[in-house]
Design a protein around this ligand. Structure first.
Ligand code: SAM
Ligand code: SF4
Length: 326
C-alpha cells in the first residue's frame, strides 16, 4: 500500500490487549490505565479477518504488542493463524518477558519469527522503581528461554531514562554475552513519557563508546521492520541499535500503521487520525467495505510527528503507550 506521501506501508502493529502485569513509570500510572470492557476488545476471528484483508492490501509483516500481549490467552494460536495467511512473511511480538518462559515453546512451534523483549535495567532495585514490580528475574528467565530457539530472532529493547543507576552499558553487554541485538529507544513524549527527559541517541552513544569501545556502523542487510540503525562493537555477538524518533525523525520513511486492541486503525503514533474498523466488523460490513475504510485511513496518514513543537490540542493522541502498543 502506497500512501499519499509515497511511503510503502507494509508493516502492521496490533495491540491485543490494554492489560499489563507491569506498571512502567513512563508508560502508565501506578493504578494502571482504565481498562475497557473485554467485549470491546477485538476477538481472535476479528483480528484474523483484519489481517487477511490487510495482507491482501500489501501488509507483509505483523507485530503483536499491548499492553502485555502474553497476558492474553492463546497468543500461540493467533500467531499460528496469522502465519498461515497468504502474503504474511513475518510475525513477531514485543513483550516484557514476564510470562515468556512458559509460553516460549508454544510461540516458537506456532512459527513466531522474532521477539522484542523490553528490559530497561539489570539492577533489580531500579527495575522495581521503573516497572513498579519486583520481577526482573522473570524477564531474565524469559530472555534465557527465548535464546534457546534459533528460529526466533531475539532483540532487547531499552528506553534510557537519563538516570545513571539504570546502567545502560550493562544492558548493552547482553549483546556480548548472548547472540541478541540490544536497541536503545529514545523516550517519546507520549502519555507519561512526556515527564521524563530520557537520553538522546548521542548521549547514549557517548556513554557506550566511553565504556565499551568504538561503535562501528553496520551496513549489511536489514535486520528488522523499521528505522533502527545498527552498530557493531568488537567482541560482541549481537549488534547495538538506535531507534531515535525524536532526534533522528524517520517519518518520511514510515512504513507502519497500528491497530489498537479495540480495533481502531491508527496511522500515526502522535495523532488520533484513523478509522474504527471494529464498527464495520460488528455491523456486518463486507471485506470490501473494510478495505475501503483502510484505504481512507491511509489517505489521511499524517506526514509526520511534531514531537518537538507545541502540540495542537484537537487531534493529538491522549492515550498512553500501553493503550497504543508502542
Ligand atoms: N508490554 C510490552 C513491552 O513492554 O514490550 C509491549 C507494549 S510496550 C507499550 C512497547 C514498547 O514501548 C516497550 O519497549 C516500551 O518500553 C516502549 N515505550 C513505552 N512508552 C514509551 C515512550 N514514552 N517512549 C518510548 N518508548 C516507550
Ligand atoms: Fe506494560 Fe510494556 Fe507499558 Fe511496561 S512498557 S507498562 S510492560 S505495556
Amino acid at each position: 500500500m502506497i500512501d499519499r506521501c509515497g511511503r510503502n506501508i507494509d508493516y502492521l502493529r496490533i495491540s491485543v490487549t490494554d492489560r499489563c502485569n507491569l506498571r512502567c513509570i513512563y508508560c502508565m500510572p501506578e493504578s494502571g490505565v482504565r481498562l475497557v470492557d473485554r467485549s470491546l476488545i477485538l476477538q481472535e476471528p476479528e483480528i484474523i479477518r483484519i489481517c487477511r484483508v490487510m495482507a491482501e492490501l500489501g501488509i507483509t509483516r505483523i507485530k503483536f504488542t499491548g499492553g502485555e500481549p502474553l497476558v492474553r490467552a492463546g497468543m500461540d494460536r493467533l500467531v499460528y493463524e496469522i502465519k498461515k495467511l497468504s502474503g504474511i512473511q513475518k510475525v513477531t511480538l514485543t513483550t516484557n518477558g514476564i510470562l515468556l518462559k512458559d509460553q516460549m515453546e508454544g510461540l516458537a512451534s506456532a512459527g513466531l519469527d522474532g521477539l522484542n523483549i523490553s528490559l530497561d535495567t539489570m539492577n533489580a532495585e531500579i527495575f522495581q522503581q521503573i516497572t513498579r514490580r519486583d520481577m526482573m528475574e522473570k524477564t531474565l528467565e524469559g530472555i534465557r528461554e527465548a535464546i534457546k530457539y534459533p528460529s526466533v530472532s531475539v532483540k532487547i529493547n531499552c528506553v534510557p531514562l537519563g538516570n545513571e543507576e539504570q546502567d545502560i552499558c550493562q544492558i548493552a553487554m547482553l549483546a556480548r554475552e548472548y547472540p541478541v541485538h540490544v536497541r536503545f529507544i529514545e523516550m517519546m513524549p507520549i502519555g507519561y513519557g512526556k515527564i521524563f527527559p530520557g537520553m538522546s541517541e548521542q548521549q547514549v552513544m557517548e556513554k557506550l563508546t566511553e565504556k565499551l569501545g568504538k561503535l562501528k556502523i553496520y551496513q549489511g542487510p536489514a535486520l528488522g521492520n523499521g528505522p533502527c540503525r545498527y552498530y557493531n562493537i568488537d567482541g560482541f555477538q549481537g549488534k547495538i541499535g538506535f531507534i531515535s524518533a525524536v532526534s533522528h525523525k524517520f517519518c518520511s520513511s514510515c512504513n507502519r500503521i497500528r491497530l489498537t486492541s479495540q480495533g481502531y486503525l491508527k496511522t500515526c503514533l502522535q495523532y488520533t487520525a484513523g478509522r474504527d474498523l471494529r464498527e464495520i466488523l460488528r455491523n456486518g460490513g463486507s471485506d470490501q467495505e473494510l478495505e475501503e475504510m483502510i484505504k481512507q485511513a491511509l489517505a489521511e496518514k499524517p506526514d509526520g510527528h511534531k514531537f518537538l513543537e507545541k502540540a495542537r490540542e484537537d487531534d493529538t493522541e491522549n492515550l498512553c503507550m500501553s493503550q497504543i502498543g508502542g
